[in-house]
Design a protein around this ligand. Structure first.
Ligand code: ZN
Length: 554
């Protein structure tokens, strides 16, 4: 690790985010205009240097993004629009694509051009000389209109391997045109770090001009190649949050940035912003509707999770004994994973992490309960909220905030109608009993809606929680037992995310256990200790409320 004195300024690396353009090429991702604006707002607040908003020449949605983006006051980032060099044998000022870049009215434009003789002669089918003019004139044209220009040298490393002199000539053409930074693109993603570093070093020595890197992950080295390029002299790194992108993805900024700042001593973000990277990573996954990779370096939920008994015991003595950086530096948290493999230390650590005081011997009792429950099919590894409730429910003086007395789910289809699902619950809160009905798009969402509806008058905090993910796993039955269904529910509220688990031979029962845990834990997490809603103030005597039919679906 390169260390520098705290007062000495660290060398800067520009972060160029292309989550909204190259990142949106990932299969299954389709951002709405509002999604793009929300992501751009967060990237700006996070402090990246550039946000590539899209390709205005390619589709109206991207052009609209720039129209809307123009009105926003960007704090850190410059918005850039992406496009190609002019067509062969034409004039830059007549080029539709370059015109679209101007219409985007961004302070910076990113122009991609050909580096490889193979692409020039076989794909574009023009002369090597004409390609150099296309690059220089396109860059110069945008410069003449007051735009800052970032030049992306497509297939740079492949082109350099084929004909290094010509590859350098294309960069010189962009340099003559007035490009501020020359970005060497590893377009096919096939390179390895030592080769990337060697080539970037040679180009840096040859051109004496600011260089950037744009890598993909096809060798699993997108992050490594980007860092190698920085070691070779690049000071501008392009990539995407979570490594979203075509094929195996783009270089992952969520990992590159912590490496640059924590391992290599560069400044990639404004001071204090690195601790927001984990949250940003989850946010972008959420908006993209992609499950966040729990095992992603630095930002994954499991990046600082410890399960083994020896690790946990050592961590209790010294927090740094089994982690390479402090999780808080990237906004993550150390977690102890409690499972049947755990020792008492894991339970004690979990209780401390959750801020619970547990009684003498309760750690052993909890551990035994966990082991017995896991034998029945539950798995607490990723259901920390259920572990917390297990401990909480044993804690002296704890009374459950509500009790589900009855529940019922119905699904069906009647002639001439759509499928319907209805959930009915009877819940006791203190001395009152609530009996509610709600519709849903399936039995579990109907029960969830009915439960929330029953609890909302007493616990308004349930309005701020929602189901984020619902996973079902069928565990094979062993001799003499039927298959067990395990349901894992991820929930989200103002206080963050939490996960709960339920298991039963019946999927509805398993779901209901996980749902009840989810809501009870959410209320505890929100600091609710007793009913606070207006209904509680009325202090009515116990009487079953009439079943209220809800027309809304959830
Ligand atoms: Zn790319």
């Amino acid at each position: 690790m390169e260390s520098s004195s705290p007062s000495a300024p660290r060398p800067a690396v520009e972060v160029y985010d292309t989550t909204l353009r190259d990142g949106s090429q990932r299969e299954g991702i389709s951002y709405t205009l509002d999604d793009k604006l929300r992501i751009a707002d967060r990237l700006d607040a996070f402090g990246v240097s550039y946000i590539e908003g899209g390709w205005p020449g390619s589709n109206p949605k991207d052009m609209e993004f720039f129209e809307r983006g123009r009105a926003r006051g960007w704090k850190h980032a410059k918005l850039t629009a992406f496009g190609m060099t002019r067509r062969a044998n034409s004039r830059a000022e007549d080029d539709k694509n370059l015109q679209a870049l101007l219409l985007a009215e961004t302070p910076a434009c990113t122009v991609v051009g050909k580096t490889s003789v193979l692409h020039v002669t076989e794909v574009v089918r023009t002369t090597l000389e004409e390609n150099l003019k296309m690059i220089e004139e396109s860059v110069a044209f945008l410069r003449s209109k007051g735009r800052e220009v970032i030049y992306d040298a497509e297939h740079f490393f492949d082109g350099y391997a084929l004909n290094p002199a010509y590859a350098l000539d294309t960069l010189r053409a962009a340099q003559r045109g007035g490009a501020r930074v020359l970005v060497l693109c590893e377009t096919n993603g096939g390179g390895l770090p030592w080769d990337i570093q060697a080539v970037v070093s040679k180009v840096a020595a040859e051109l004496q001009h600011p260089l950037g890197i744009h890598a993909h992950d096809d060798t699993g080295c997108g992050v490594a190649n980007s860092l190698a390029a920085v070691l070779g002299g690049a000071r501008h790194v392009q990539g995407t949050i979570n490594g979203f992108g075509e094929r195996c993805g783009n270089a992952n900024l969520s990992v590159i940035i912590p490496n640059l700042e924590l391992k290599l001593g560069f400044q990639a973000l404004p001071s204090g912003k690195l601790s927001e990277v984990a949250e940003l990573s989850r946010f972008v996954a959420d908006v993209a509707n992609v499950t966040h990779d729990a095992h992603m370096a630095y930002v994954g939920r499991s990046a600082f999770a410890h399960k083994g008994g020896i690790h946990v015991a050592a961590m209790r003595r010294h927090a740094d004994s089994y982690q390479h950086v402090a999780p808080e530096t990237v906004g993550n948290v150390m977690r102890v994973v409690v499972s049947e493999l755990s020792g008492r230390g894991s339970v004690l650590s979990k209780a401390e992490e959750l801020g619970l005081k547990i009684g003498e011997g309760a750690d052993l009792e909890t551990l035994n309960e966990i082991k017995a429950a896991e034998a029945r099919g539950l798995s607490f590894e990723s259901a920390e909220a259920s572990v917390a409730l297990l401990m909480l429910r044993r804690a002296p003086g704890y009374t459950a905030l509500f009790e589900v007395l009855d529940y019922e789910a119905q699904v069906g289809k009647r002639q001439g109608t759509e499928m319907y699902a209805e959930g009915i619950v009877k819940v006791r809160v203190g001395t009152q009993v609530f009996h509610t009905v709600a519709d849903g798009n399936g039995p579990v969402s109907a029960l969830d809606a009915a439960l929330r509806k029953a609890l909302a008058p007493m616990y308004p905090a349930v309005e701020h929680m929602r189901l984020a993910d619902y996973k079902v796993r069928i565990l094979d039955g062993t001799e003499g037992t039927s298959a067990i269904t395990r349901v894992l529910i991820d929930s989200r509220g103002e206080q963050g995310d939490w996960s709960t688990v339920g298991a039963s031979p019946n999927i509805i029962e398993a779901s209901m256990h996980a749902l009840v845990d989810s809501i009870e834990y959410g209320l505890v997490k929100a600091g609710v200790t007793h009913a606070t809603g207006p209904a509680s103030a009325r202090a009515q005597a116990s009487k079953p409320a009439a079943a209220a039919r809800s027309g809304s679906s959830n």
